[in-house]
Design a protein around this ligand. Sequence first.
Ligand code: ATP
Length: 268
Amino acid sequence: MSEPKFIEVQQVEMLFDTRKGRFHALTDVNLKVARGEFITLIGHSGCGKSTLLNLLAGLTRATEGVLICAGREIAGPAPERAVVFQNHSLLPWLTCFENVYLAVERVFGAREGKDKLRARTADALALVGLTHAAQKRPSEISGGMKQRVGIARALSMEPKVLLMDEPFGALDALTRAHLQDELLRIVAQTESTVVMVTHDVDEAVLLSDRIVMMTNGPAATIGEIVDVRLARPRERVALAHDALYNEYRTRVLEFLYHRQARPAKEAA
Ligand SMILES: Nc1ncnc2c1ncn2[C@@H]1O[C@H](COP(=O)(O)OP(=O)(O)OP(=O)(O)O)[C@@H](O)[C@H]1O
């Protein structure tokens, strides 16, 4: 028998009750993720990427099948599975420091003193390069900085898994590239296990160990998985000229735009 993986998704089916009846979002989803792996989920809009991420986060329960993290069935949200959403959900009346501190206190407050909690908060902000903005409120910082606070807050909980739902989707291309580079650095440093939803093929190839490509819904499933065997650390400019990088990129594009092409009216 093969060794259990850090995350296991086994025969997951997801149906939603809607006004028009039951909607079959996901079918027969099976996935194993090793500790320290960086996985991206890619597929056309509406194929069920967020649904799968929400199941891993424990925000919703699968209609059928099992999801396991670190040997335990996922039964609800927990700090061991921290989530970063596209729209950073920072509390506007708190400073960046206080926003992160809140999460730190929730996870470690029962066993650690205030000095230790403050040190954890400061470390998390330093990790994302935001020490200088610690006392600013969300309204005083850019979108990219807010997203970095969201990442700091998630990492400050020392999660076993970082779940990211299009974390850079709302950012301009340059800020996005900058944050991808930072994420590469942070993940190398923290050895985090990451599952990230993206629409961006280059982002997927740059960041991933494996790219999980999903078929179109309804009843979407995993169509193919690309093993990205590019050495780390990865550098985006050098990779642009790398034949292997371009081969992976083409494979994902072919999957999305040939094998899973969507009719024009649906894609609009
Ligand atoms: N709570 C819900 N009730 C009913 N249908 C839902 C619910 N959540 C998601 N769906 C449906 O399930 C399908 C998958 O949605 P999901 O948000 O997971 O897709 P996605 O791949 O993340 O899309 P996008 O890339 O546009 O964010 C869609 O058809 C969506 O309408």
